[in-house]
Write a protein that binds this ligand. Structure first.
Ligand code: G3I
Length: 359
């Protein structure tokens, strides 16, 4: 935690470098053409229902994006009440916005180690638990059936250090087969939805990526209806050049569609504030270039889409941590706090042009 003295020292250092205290980009903010124009795949954005009433947010999203991923309101933490009842008002509001604006939806997420519910925790008998598990997946898939292009069925099953697969309520009650079962039940409920396996740090951690790919291979060998791989891409600006290229190429090796599913590029490298803001903003742009250059090398059928984990910097989950306050706040997204396109958005637009069909 930075002390008051640290902040004063940091700001003094910044002043000396001519950098502004806030993470304002070096160049002026400029208007850009719609990011989504001409793309052969969706350009998605994470969203929550409370943002729909914000006219600046809504204008950015309907102008620049063609798909929505519910950031948290289609997860168990929102949908499933302790008594087993389901609530759908918030995700339905997002589906309504998408429908009204000609956008597709990506379902996120059915089964996640990080979330459960008293409705499940109360049941210890594996057979009864399995029935509730199947019923939940089937109910959610059925509710959004025909309106959801794809689903993150199982999210983040690999241990952070890549040494194995996470233990969680689902694996405790059903064994590691909870993963296979989720895809089988989901496919039965909505055979047309593309079913993804989604995880993070696959670019930062080769061992984790290896375990992720091993899991995907085993699911395919077992005949599980796995339809694609999601690499979340929550990246830090200090990521070594070339790591994205290696990771994406590796992930595409199974021949499945690859979804860059939750892109943001944090300027905060570690716990220190962003004293090297200008260098990090240049690194952000270089990483977007590397990501899209590599994505372009994948066969068209494997380019499922790109989703950015928020519209404006202030919408980012990275700005909700207690320590991310004050002048050194993070700037991981394409639009700044006032809704202006940042130079990073211009870099993204330039890189997306390599995919664009003539409008
Ligand atoms: O908006 C409500 C507020 O009204 C309420 O007072 C408050 C306290 O209950 O909760 C607020 O909602 C929170 C929401 O974020 C909006 O801030 C939820 O509790 C909180 O759980 C939710 O966190 C989300 C998190 O996943 C857990 O679902 C983040 O927004 C979201 O960015 C994050 O996204 C995950 C992906 O699903 C998986 N990959 C990693 C990524 C980042 O952690």
């Amino acid at each position: 935690m930075l002390t008051r003295r640290d902040w004063i020292t940091a700001l003094a250092a910044l002043a000396g470098t001519g950098l502004s205290a806030c993470s304002q980009a070096a160049e002026p903010h400029v208007a850009i053409d719609p990011l989504k124009d001409g793309l052969p795949f969706p350009l998605g954005v994470a969203a929550m229902s409370g943002q729909l009433s914000d006219p600046v947010w809504a204008a950015i999203v309907r102008t620049h994006f063609s798909q929505i991923t519910p950031e948290w309101e289609q997860k168990m933490e929102y949908l499933l009440l302790p008594d087993g009842q389901l609530q759908f008002d918030a995700p339905e509001a997002l589906y309504g916005f998408a429908r009204d604006n000609g956008m597709t939806m990506l379902g996120h997420t059915l089964i996640w180690y990080a979330q459960s519910s008293p409705w499940f925790e109360a049941v210890t008998d594996p057979v009864r638990f399995g029935r509730r598990y199947d019923q939940y997946i089937s109910d959610i898939m059925t509710r959004f059936k025909g309106r959801t292009r794809a689903w993150d069925v199982v999210n983040e099953p690999v241990m952070d250090d890549g040494s194995g697969y996470r233990s969680c309520l689902w694996s405790d009650r059903l064994g590691l087969g909870y993963i296979n079962r989720a895809y089988e039940v989901a496919h039965e409920a909505d055979p047309n939805a593309v079913l993804f396996l989604n995880d993070y740090n696959l670019e930062h951690n080769p061992q984790k990526r290896l375990m992720f790919l091993k899991l995907a291979e085993s699911l395919l060998k077992a005949g599980v209806p796995l339809g694609g791989l999601g690499t979340q891409s929550h990246i830090v600006a200090s990521l070594a050049p070339g790591a994205l290229q290696i990771a994406l190429t590796d992930l595409a090796s199974l021949g499945l569609p690859v979804h860059i599913s939750e892109l943001d590029i944090s300027l905060k490298t570690g716990r220190t504030a962003m004293l090297e803001v200008r260098q990090n903003e240049a690194r952000q742009q270089a990483l977007v270039t590397e990501l899209l250059e590599t994505y372009a090398t994948l066969p068209a059928h494997q380019r499922f889409g790109l989703t950015i984990w928020g519209a404006r910097d202030k919408d980012s989950w990275l700005r909700r941590g207690g320590e991310d306050r004050g002048p050194m706040r993070d700037a991981p997204l394409m639009f700044d706090d006032t809704g202006n396109a940042k130079p990073l958005a211009r870099t993204l637009k330039a890189e997306l042009k390599r995919f664009a069909r003539p409008v």
